[in-house]
Design a protein around this ligand. Structure first.
Ligand code: GLN
Length: 322
C-alpha cells in the first residue's frame, strides 16, 4: 500500500504538535545543548520492509544523551552476557530523577536500580570489555554501527562541555566505585558514559534501533541477529518501566509503547507486532525516532511525547491493545 496517507497524517499531526514546543525549554545544564533550536520537531517511523514514514526535522543530527543507555545496555549484554550485567545492575524503576543517587545510599549494598538512569548506565558502561576507555567505547560504536548501518560520530563540543560540568555524574561514579559496582577506573567509566551521550544520530537512526528491538533483537532488513531475544525483551521492558524517568508510569499508561528519552530531545520507541484485530496499520511492528529539544521538567521532549501519544491512540499502538 502507498505510504501517502500515513505520511500526510503524520505531517498534519506534526503541524499541530509543533506549537507544544513552546511549553518546554532546551537543556542548558550541559552548555553545548543550549544551541539547539527549541522549535525543532521531527519523527521517523521505520517499517520492517524498509519503508520510512516521516515528517519534520528528520535529518538534523543531535546527540543521543540518555537514549544511548539503551545501546549501552545492548552492547554490554552482547559482550558480557545478560546474567553478568544483571549481577551489577537491577531492573527496578525508581520514580526519581535521572541523575538521582539517593537510592544508592538508602538501599544497601548500593546496586544501581536500573540501566536507564545515570547510575545504572555508568555501571553498565564500565562493564564493556577492555582495560581502556577506548576499547569500551569501540564496543558501543560497533553496536551502533550494526544497528544503524554507519559508524556515528562523537560530537567533541558536547562531550567536552559535559565533561566540564559532570560533577554529579562524577560523584555517582565515585560512589559506585566505593560500593563495588564500578568495574573500571572512575574517569574511564565517566569518559565512556559521556562519550556515548555525545554520539550523534538522526530520528531515522533511532527508528532503526527501535525496529530491531521491536523484532526480538533481529535486524528485519539484513536478517542479522543483533542481540538475543531475551536481551531485547529485557530492554523493551526496561524502556517501558524506566525509559522516561519519573514520567515512565504515565508513558506506559497513556502511550503504552516502550520508549527511551534523552535531554537533547530524542525519543527512541519500539512498537512490536500487534494482533491483526487492532486498527494498528503496521501489524508487523515498527521503530520510531523522535526529536524535539524543548523538554519538560522530567527531561522528556514535550512535543515529542504529545506526538507519540497521538500516534499511539490514533493507530492503536499500545502494547495493551488486543
Ligand atoms: N548526559 C546526560 C547526563 O548524564 C544525559 C541525561 C539525559 O539525557 N537525561 O546528565
Amino acid at each position: 500500500m502507498t505510504m501517502q496517507p500515513w505520511q500526510e497524517q503524520l505531517q498534519a499531526w506534526l503541524t499541530i504538535y509543533q506549537s507544544y514546543t513552546a511549553k518546554g525549554h532546551v537543556a542548558t545544564y550541559i552548555p553545548a545543548l543550549a544551541h539547539a533550536n527549541p522549535q525543532a520537531l521531527g519523527i521517523s517511523l521505520y517499517l520492517p520492509d524498509h519503508r520510512l514514514i516521516e515528517a519534520g526535522d528528520t535529518t538534523t543530527l543531535f546527540t543521543m544523551q540518555s537514549v544511548s543507555k539503551v545501546v549501552n545496555f545492548m552492547a554490554a549484554c552482547e559482550t558480557r552476557g545478560l546474567a553478568k550485567v544483571l549481577e551489577n545492575v537491577d531492573v527496578e524503576p525508581t520514580g526519581d530523577s535521572f541523575d538521582s543517587m539517593i537510592r544508592l545510599e538508602i538501599h544497601k549494598p548500593g546496586k544501581p536500580f536500573n540501566p536507564m538512569i545515570n547510575a545504572g548506565a555508568i555501571t553498565v558502561a564500565a562493564l564493556l570489555p577492555g582495560d581502556h576507555e577506548q576499547q569500551k567505547i569501540d564496543h558501543f560504536l560497533t553496536m551502533m554501527e550494526r544497528c544503524i548501518g554507519r559508524k556515528p560520530r562523537i560530537n567533541p563540543e558536547v562531550y567536552a562541555s559535559e565533561m566540564k560540568t559532570a560533577h554529579r555524574n562524577r560523584a555517582i561514579a565515585h560512589y559506585l566505585k566505593g560500593s563495588g559496582y564500578l568495574d573500571a577506573e572512575v574517569e574511564d567509566a565517566l569518559n565512556v558514559y559521556v562519550k556515548e551521550c555525545a554520539v550523534e544520530v538522526t530520528t531515522r537512526d533511532l527508528a532503526k534501533i527501535g525496529l530491531i528491538l521491536a523484532h526480538d533483537g533481529c535486524h528485519p532488513i539484513t536478517g542479522e541477529r543483533i542481540v538475543t531475544k531475551k536481551t531485547a525483551q529485557v530492554t523493551n521492558s526496561l524502556m517501558l518501566t524506566c525509559g522516561m524517568y519519573n514520567a515512565s508510569g504515565k508513558t506506559a499508561a497513556f502511550i503504552g509503547i516502550p520508549a527511551k528519552s534523552g535531554v537533547s530531545g530524542g525519543i527512541l520507541a519500539s512498537v512490536g507486532r500487534r494482533s491483526p484485530h487492532t486498527s494498528n496499520p503496521f501489524p508487523d511492528g515498527c521503530g520510531i525516532g523522535v526529536y524535539g529539544p524543548a523538554i519538560d521538567e522530567y527531561g522528556n521532549s514535550v512535543a515529542g511525547i504529545a506526538l507519540l501519544q497521538q500516534l499511539s491512540e490514533a493507530w492503536d499502538m499500545s502494547i495493551f491493545s488486543s
